[in-house]
Ligand binder design. Structure first.
Ligand code: HEM
Length: 405
């Protein structure tokens, strides 16, 4: 058997352990699929109306990858998406891809790269998206481009690196174990060899947003609690209003999907670290210790925007300052070593899901880019926008089927 066996094996779901010689190996990563997802070792269901990795509890680690499509053959791209979907169903359930790490012919490279053997599913989610450039005519998709999938405008202060921006496709891998997230992206890239190539990718840690209000709010690299006021995964009313694309929004293939904005935001950490506590707090309009909005005692108290400086980040980002605009933030911190000048290359890899970027990220970022005092300490250096199709509802379906058929 060769790599091709992926399709048949994936199609058969988890019957993979039956393959000769693969059983013992794959069993090592078999998790209890019925365990609650709050257990950091558990498996998150892959199939569903919406893709996982959006409204679900945020995992600790991220590996995000944007891909360029290299093949110009639509059929080949569709085949790849089917293979990816089958692999994603296996990976998120805690299995190896193909016939297991040591399946296949001894003379050929193993189907799975192997570094996740013995590790738990770790709440791995794989979320798939398509960028504006996929609709450029190569695949006959021009007329299917959603109106909401706009190219983001240039915002004041943007210093975007094209090599860290854009992409025809994306896969967001979130897991509680970084090795599980990296393994997933690596194996998807490997399956796609010759048809797609990684354009850029980003590792993240220390989730900077929370979709589970009962959990302790994580802190970003500036030391502030981040994600206090976010759309919770249980807040079905706001998810329907601000995150999921509805049938009447169109196009039909996007129903139950969402739109993702990714921004690599570098922080001038050394300058920030020399800034007084008072100034740091004024910049956000919240206290650093408790995370309480100015004029209030507790983190979760309703912010009184008038008690904050006019140029405070929280005041400017709040829905009341942006005609009610809201998005679901799901970003991560990053530290990619130092930059050659001895400065930490660190910041926030901002990820936000929304029903329409024209009513959410764009107006809010226009307001922030023009007025936010935080801009003295940050710079947007990478940017991408993706349409996130609905979930793969059943085992016979695949990522993007609604778009291609
Ligand atoms: C709130 C940090 C960039 C949108 C906050 C809070 C912090 C924070 C500490 C308060 C806690 C909370 O409610 O989550 C940062 C940092 C950024 C950054 C360090 C850049 C490095 C952005 C960007 C956007 C954004 C680019 C969107 C365009 C928001 C929103 C809120 C918020 C919507 C909640 C406001 C509210 O409803 O009270 N951010 N943020 N942030 N931020 Fe940011």
């Amino acid at each position: 058997p060769s790599r091709r066996s992926l399709l048949t094996v994936g199609g058969a779901g988890l019957a993979l352990g039956a393959a000769a010689g693969a059983g013992a190996v794959t069993a090592l990563r078999t998790g209890d699929e019925t365990a609650p997802v709050a257990d950091s070792g558990a498996a998150v269901p892959f199939h569903g109306r919406h893709q996982a990795g959006i409204a679900g509890a945020v995992q600790d680690r991220l590996h995000f990858a944007a891909f360029d499509v290299k093949t110009e053959d639509r059929g080949e791209l569709v085949e790849l998406l089917k293979e990816w979907t089958a692999a994603a169903a296996l990976l998120t359930a805690g299995h190896a891809v193909g016939e297991g790490a040591f399946g296949g012919l001894a003379e050929a490279p193993p189907d799975d790269t192997g570094e996740a053997l013995g590790l738990k599913p770790s709440r791995l989610t794989l979320t798939f998206g398509v960028g504006p450039s996929l609709f450029d005519g190569r695949f006959g998709l021009k007329s299917k481009r959603p109106k909401a999938l706009v190219d983001l405008p240039k915002f004041p202060g943007d210093n975007l690196d094209p090599a860290r921006s854009g992409g025809d496709l994306c896969v967001q891998a979130c897991a509680d174990d970084p090795q599980v997230a990296v393994h997933a992206i690596r194996n998807l890239a490997r399956i796609g060899f010759g048809k797609v190539a990684v354009r850029w990718s980003q590792l993240g840690f220390g989730k900077t947003s929370s979709t589970t209000p009962e959990a302790q709010t994580p802190r970003n690299m500036m030391g502030f609690k981040d994600g206090t006021r976010n759309i919770a995964g249980t807040d079905t009313a706001n998810l329907a209003k601000h995150v999921w694309v509805s049938e009447k929004d169109g196009p039909a293939w996007m129903t139950d999907g969402s739109y993702l904005v990714a921004r690599r935001i570098r922080m001038n950490i050394e300058t920030w670290d020399r800034t007084s506590l008072k100034e740091q707090e004024d910049i956000f309009g919240r206290t650093k210790g408790e995370g309480a909005p100015y004029g209030k005692k507790h983190e979760r108290d309703e912010p009184n925007l008038k008690a904050m400086p006019e140029v405070a980040h929280v005041r400017l980002a709040h829905p009341d300052s942006n005609g009610g605009a809201m998005m679901l933030r799901r970003g991560y911190s990053f530290t990619d070593g130092t930059d050659g000048l001895g400065r930490l290359d660190a910041g926030l890899f901002f990820l936000a899901y929304q029903r329409d970027v024209r009513d959410a990220f764009i107006p809010v970022q226009q307001n922030l880019a023009a007025n936010d005092v935080l801009n003295e300490y940050i710079q947007h250096v990478g940017s991408a926008v993706f349409a996130i199709p609905p979930g793969v509802a059943d085992k016979g379906s695949w990522w993007g089927r609604e778009l291609f058929t």
